[in-house]
Design a protein around this ligand. Structure first.
Ligand code: UD1
Ligand code: PEP
Length: 416
């Protein structure tokens, strides 16, 4: 099992290119199921999760052509409507095939994703929404069986804001008969990116970027070309790295307008940010300032950045508190940070952090994707050697993180 060996203490200097967003690429690849035409995508990140979803899509009969960051999908030969447990268990986002398969073929059998390290993560809202669009759904033996003659537009109000729930229902509604209104829709930039692709494919969607999406169903969608939006969480992770180590880095191929909440917190920590057209320069000297925050849905502070900011808070010049409101169990990194000398206590949904002068390297274990990124940041700030085990979590969502970081001066190597 691969590990990362990090020797802390180096400042970061140079340029880091940001990849396409995992959380946009996954639903966008699933949108290829909605049409018999060619969907030509660029800026697709090299990630384990992308390989998993492509494997799943190919099992349905969808064809995939890949050339670097370009992927062309063709769904004219789809003949299987199933997502098996073996693939779904490794990646929850596999649930995103449910809406498209049902809408286009009137049938789908998708394994229940189950919980994961960060929480129980049910998919009841996906099921409820599709039922409101007229699907007959049964859950048996760990599988969701869905069928319908033709989905029919309806007004769907989800109990909570759900990102993949909104995406599944949005894709399904594009081919439903009549009008669908999705109230309480997620406004994450990745949902907007998917909606923009669907419009390019011939879908009729208004309210994009708001919490009320109105979709007029069309009989069929056609092929389209689309570049996947840049990954704001990857960008934010590297900005936290420089906040922790000090230095001067410039992110390229990034967006500056989709993560204000995180950028504001970085400024509060003392990072000097200079925003260009598609670039962010971050300069940092000295010890970071502590920041308090609570995670919320977009445009609030993203839960996917919570662990990385907590890593910086561990060495901040003062106490801070961090409240996680999205997932019930997203503090698994706390124990591991404490092994590096951090002083963090959890009370309910809040972690109380007392900044320490220095962390000291130790062997630690990654428990989920962003917890892994947090441990890499902590390891780069710590004195001595840190060994991060179970980095398959990291490879799910970061495109060669250790290569990007060693290119800007970090002492980090992958041990096979
Ligand atoms: C592939 C992808 O895009 N993953 C992101 C997506 O996950 P994902 O789409 O799974 O997260 P959701 O937005 O659905 O989850 C938000 C909350 O709603 C709950 N819930 C959700 C659906 C449902 O049917 N029932 C239910 O109870 C969840 O357990 C959670 O507590 O959004 C999360 C919140 O921004 C991010 O952390 C993930 O990185
Ligand atoms: C939780 C995440 O992803 P997923 O929903 O794919 O588990 C994440 O990207 O931080």
């Amino acid at each position: 099992m691969d590990k990362l060996k990090i020797v802390g203490g180096n400042r970061l200097n140079g340029e880091i290119p940001i990849s396409g967003a995992k959380n946009a690429a996954l639903p966008i690849l699933c949108a290829g199921l909605l049409t018999a035409g060619d969907v030509e995508l660029s800026n697709v990140p090299h990630l384990h999760d992308v390989r998993t979803i492509l494997k799943l899509l190919q099992q349905t009969g969808l064809t995939v052509q890949q050339d670097g960051d370009k992927v062309t999908l063709n769904g004219s030969g789809i003949n299987s409507y199933e997502a098996p447990y073996e693939l779904v268990k490794t990646m929850r986002a596999s649930i995103l095939v449910l809406g498209p398969l049902l809408a286009r073929f009137g049938e789908a059998k998708v394994s229940l994703p189950g919980g994961c390290a960060i929480g129980s993560r049910p998919v009841d809202q996906h099921i409820k929404g599709l039922q409101q669009l007229g699907a007959e759904i049964t859950v048996e033996g760990g599988y969701i069986y869905a069928k319908c003659k033709k989905l029919k537009g309806a007004r769907v109000v989800t109990d909570m804001i759900t990102v993949t729930g909104t995406e599944n229902l949005l894709m399904a509604a594009t081919l439903a008969e009549g009008e669908t209104i999705l109230e309480n829709a997620a406004r994450e930039p990745e949902v907007t990116d998917l909606a923009n692709l669907l419009v390019a494919m011939g879908a009729k969607i208004s309210g994009i970027g708001t919490d009320r999406l109105v979709i007029q169903g069309v009989p069929e969608l056609h092929g389209a070309k689309h570049a996947v939006i840049s990954d704001r969480i990857e960008a934010g992770t590297f900005l936290c790295a420089v906040a922790a180590t000090g230095g001067d880095i410039t992110l390229t191929n990034t967006r500056t307008d989709i993560f204000d909440a995180a950028l504001d917190k970085l400024r509060e920590m003392g990072v000097i940010l200079t925003l260009g057209q598609n670039t962010i320069r971050a300069q940092m000297d000295g010890r970071p300032g502590p920041v308090n925050f609570r995670t919320t849905e977009y445009p609030g502070f993203p839960t996917d950045m919570q662990a990385q900011f907590m890593a910086v808070n561990t060495i901040a010049a003062g106490p801070s508190n961090v409240t996680e409101t999205i997932f019930e169990n997203r503090f698994m990194h706390v124990q591991e940070l404490n092994r590096l000398g951090a002083r963090i206590q959890i009370e309910g949904k809040t972690a109380y952090i007392r900044g320490v002068d220095r962390l000291v390297g130790a062997p630690v274990m990654a428990t989920d994707l962003r917890a892994s990124a947090c441990l890499v940041i902590a390891g780069m700030a710590a004195h001595g050697e840190t060994l991060v085990d179970r980095i398959y979590h990291l490879d799910r969502g970061y495109d060669r993180m250790e290569v990007k970081l060693s290119n800007v001066g970090a002492n980090i190597v992958r041990l096979k």
